[in-house]
Design a protein around this ligand. Structure first.
Ligand code: AMP
Length: 282
């Protein structure tokens, strides 16, 4: 497995693979990899001849008072996980390799980004769309793999690929959880022991909401209120949002219609750490 720092090296590797007629999968990440990331890489390896993992803490998707500086990094451990999962190349650029000092071109989206995380983090999806577009142009993959953990991001990327005619498949992969239910996240490392315990209110709320819908509840407010009550019972938790939206356009819904793809998403601060979780009604 190669670990490279420059766009030119990625292009060179991909050019050689293409010359052999090989297919290429891409897994974009911000590093500090865990089993959730690994599940994406394993899936990509199963479906492509060569897999590129990008490992880049993208500054443009962080807001001014967010955790860009403190975001955990460990390239050595990440590389070992990528190699074990069967990746062919890890792309770990410096920010200066990705962004010229006078870079002034961004990819933005008029819909899908005004609700949920886009409301709390107004510049986040512009950063995500821009860096993912750049990665698509650098790697030119046949398929790109994203976790349902970041469900709004998955919907945004699907829309961007459609709207901008990126010729690739977007593959969504299920959420990987800790044994006790907490969705795996690089940000879980911020949690103290007490906070780690308190963070279980997210998955408890998700499982309870999911059960209500499975048992036939169709009223969005009834489901989200029940979920709120579970989170509000946890003293260390502060709700950012608990919402139900159409999974295609990320617009709020009151009622779950038959056949409509619905996303029920939550964001909760546990102390200073903001965690997200969700379930999808197919
Ligand atoms: P990140 O490094 O947090 O930007 O995540 C990189 C990719 O891994 C994104 O597509 C995430 O949705 C995905 N991912 C992160 N955590 C999980 C998880 N627990 N289960 C599945 N996919 C995940």
């Amino acid at each position: 497995m190669q670990i490279v720092k420059t766009v030119a090296e990625v292009r060179e590797a991909v050019r050689a693979w293409r010359a052999e007629g090989l297919t290429v999968g891409l897994v974009p990440t911000m590093g500090f990899l865990h089993e959730g990331h690994k599940s994406l890489i394993v899936r990509a390896v199963a479906e492509n001849d060569r897999v590129v993992v990008s490992d880049f803490v993208n500054p443009t998707q962080f807001g001014p008072n967010e955790d860009l500086e403190s975001y955990p990094r460990d390239l050595e451990r990440d590389a070992a996980l990528c190699e074990e999962a069967g990746a062919a190349l890890v792309f770990n650029p410096e920010p200066s390799e990705m962004y010229a000092p006078d870079a002034c071109t961004f990819v933005d989206m008029d819909a899908l980004t005004g609700e949920l995380c886009g409301k709390t983090r107004p510049t986040h999806f512009r950063g995500v769309c821009t860096v993912v577009s750049k990665l698509f142009n650098i790697v030119t993959p046949d398929a790109a793999y994203f976790g349902q953990k970041d469900a709004q991001q998955l919907a945004v990327i699907r829309r961007m690929v459609r709207d901008l005619n990126f010729g690739l498949r977007v593959v969504g992969c299920p959420i990987v959880r800790e044994e006790d239910g907490l969705a795996k996240s690089s940000r879980n490392t911020y949690l103290s022991a007490d906070e780690r315990q308190a963070a279980l209110c997210l998955s408890r709320a998700i499982f309870a909401g999911q059960k209500l819908v499975e048992d036939g509840e169709r009223d969005a407010a009834t489901v989200t209120e029940a979920m709120r009550a579970i989170i509000e019972a946890e003293p260390l938790a502060r709700i950012d949002y608990v919402k139900m939206v159409d999974f295609d356009n990320i617009e709020l819904i009151d009622h779950i219609a038959d056949g409509q793809p619905v996303l029920c998403a939550i964001a909760v601060y546990i102390g200073k750490t903001r965690l997200i979780d969700n379930f999808i009604v197919e």
